[in-house]
Design a binder for this molecule. Structure first.
Ligand SMILES: Cc1ncc(COP(=O)(O)O)c(C=O)c1O
Ligand SMILES: [Zn+2]
Length: 392
């Protein structure tokens, strides 16, 4: 579809740097300069536009004008609980999405947008992922009856690997850095359409729905603060885009202070936003094993957007992540350590006086603990190994 036809339909997909319009929803980067693409929706957000009978991401279908209702590929994603934890602190349980993480928001929108064209061309989709996104894309590809080839790092968590295989995707394990995995996935192959979630603008665009939900669940008020984990930046950029849309449409009056939470090993955005040099480790060994992007392709965009909205960044140490994981679990929230990073960031800000318990805050709990492979080790660190728990 050419650019002016898209504008007539109420959206544009164009380069975030040079502004060149993309020629197809299958494109994942600017054909002119190679920089990331972004989706812009013309339609203002309005409560009238929400399909209230539909519980999930697709209640907001009107604000994804590039999707035809008959093409929607859904597994029941979205409308995850927003639980008041204590006082003004809320948890958004993204771990309860169909494949166990927030990635399902991106996958449902991406696969809905492209599956017809991929089938028409007789092709298959390729994705690179540290685990959760691969599992999610594999599930939605299965639902859409298209083939998926998922490239993962050699050290991928066993349960995530098994989940991807179970959905029927082909899995390729790639040794070396996370960037090497992406390079392999992007290598041309007959029939292959690379739709890597990190770069693909439509995957990122699906995450917008998370901002709409938080605002709607709070009766169309934004929280004062949001803490979320950041690696490649799709969650951060998607949430910012959703809240920008809501403020520009007059649905909410204040932009929440969005705080990007990173580990000390993987903290390029934190260092950039504090004006500090970042020296990544040779190998990422953090317990937060889904946060591995030491050199994220969207870093410039993340830094720009975070500054533009007056957001902030915080960095947490391994001990703080482990502590946050246990604390959440002891209160009934069993999430993966990568998700506990956001809670650890919130607690650090409380301790430092950067925030107070008075501020209405949402911490995004991004992924379930059920597919984290290192729980044994974390329990042993607390002296709670299997033997003790069996014989006490
Ligand atoms: C559970 C979990 N939380 C947070 C993130 C970070 O998301 P992003 O890479 O979009 O920054 C990921 C990414 O893989 C994840 O799997
Ligand atoms: Zn460009």
């Amino acid at each position: 579809m050419v650019s002016h036809e898209r504008i007539k339909m109420g959206y544009e997909v164009k380069c975030t740097v040079c502004g060149k319009a993309s020629a197809s929803l299958l494109e994942y980067k600017c054909a002119g300069c190679g920089n990331p693409l972004g989706v812009k929706v013309e339609e203002s957000f309005s409560e009238r536009g929400v399909r209230k009978k539909c519980c999930g991401v697709w209640r907001y279908i009107k604000f994804f004008p590039y999707i035809n209702a008959k093409d929607v590929v859904s597994l029941g994603e979205g409308w995850t609980p927003l639980v008041r934890f204590s006082g003004n602190l809320h948890f958004k349980l993204e771990s309860l999405n169909p494949t166990g993480s927030f990635k399902d928001r991106g996958s449902t929108v991406l696969v809905s947008a492209i599956h017809r064209e991929v089938k028409r061309l007789g092709g298959f989709i390729a994705e690179d992922s540290s685990g959760n996104a691969g599992a999610s894309i594999a599930a939605y590809a299965a639902r859409a009856k298209i083939k998926a080839k998922i490239y993962v790092p050699e050290g991928v968590s066993g349960p995530k690997f098994n989940q991807i295989i179970s959905y029927g995707a082909e899995v390729v394990k790639v040794p070396g850095s996370r960037s090497r995995v992406a390079e392999e996935a992007q290598k041309p192959e007959k029939g292959k359409f690379y739709v890597g979630h990190i770069l693909h603008p439509v995957f990122r665009d699906g995450i917008r729905s998370l901002a709409y939900e938080v605002a709607e669940q709070l009766k169309w008020r934004a929280p004062e603060r949001i803490y979320l984990p950041v690696s490649a930046g799709t969650l951060l950029l998607g949430v910012i885009s959703g809240f920008k849309h809501l403020t520009e449409s007059g649905m909410i009056t204040n932009m929440p202070k969005i705080v990007a939470c990173q580990t000390s090993q993987v903290s390029p955005l934190y260092h950039r936003s504090k004006g500090l040099p970042y020296h990544p480790p040779e190998k990422v060994t953090s317990v937060a094993d889904a946060l591995v992007s030491t050199n994220p392709p969207l870093l410039e965009l993340m830094a720009e957007e975070l500054t533009a909205i007056g957001g902030d960044a915080v960095m947490v140490e391994e001990g703080e992540i482990v502590q946050a994981f246990h604390e959440l679990a002891r209160k009934g929230f069993f999430v993966e350590p990568s998700s506990a990073v956001a809670y650890a960031g919130y607690q650090k800000h409380l301790r430092n006086g950067e925030t107070t318990r008075k501020e209405k805050t949402v911490v995004i709990l991004t992924g379930t603990g059920l597919k984290f492979h290192g729980v044994d080790k974390l329990l042993q660190m607390r002296g709670l190994n299997n033997k003790e728990t069996l014989f006490i």
